[in-house]
Design a binder for this molecule. Sequence first.
Ligand SMILES: [Zn+2]
Ligand SMILES: [Zn+2]
Length: 213
Amino acid sequence: MSCAFELEHYRELIEAAKQGGYRFAGFEATPRPGDLLLRHDVDLSLEAALAMAELEAELGAPATYFLMTRSEFYNLDAPSGHDAIERLRRLGHRVGLHAVYPDTESHARFDAVLAWHNPDPDYMTAPVDGFVNAMQPGFFDPGHYRSDSNQRWRHGCPHEPLACGDFEWLQLLIHPEIWVYPGETMRETMLAMLDAERELRLDQLDADRIDLS
Ligand SMILES: [Zn+2]
Ligand SMILES: [Zn+2]
């Protein structure tokens, strides 16, 4: 099995977790043995989030999508943002806030759960009023956490230990962009994402009645 950052291997990762007997859980309560908390920080692309969300729905693997209200890259107040949240909910996923410190925003569109974007260590694990912080004690400790940040697993791809049930429970942070767009390195993946967005932008211009003839 090749541990490529591709949707095909993401499918294998989820199937490995099922084989290991894990239960897909959210952040409503502190994890119990056997829980797998699928966490997606959506930094760049709602399209990538939706592609991953469709696959998870097909596999019966509900996740929590953390979305930004202050992203440079997408707009939750645009029709595409509204549609994305509605689609994520309809597919059975949870939606939390991917917050930029120190701003928090309680809003009906989010569950009361938050993950900081690029947090500094001094506030990363601190409790936050009105929210569960995904990194607060009880939900996070290094032995029960794996992340694909920058297309690199610090302790190797977790598919094998998941299949063997090696983790008592696990919070697995996955960035959809990394898996949906092809590339051996983060740079290649980002360039592929930009190529795909060019097509999307052309469609949006057309929908905005811009003459592209
Ligand atoms: Zn793997
Ligand atoms: Zn982030």
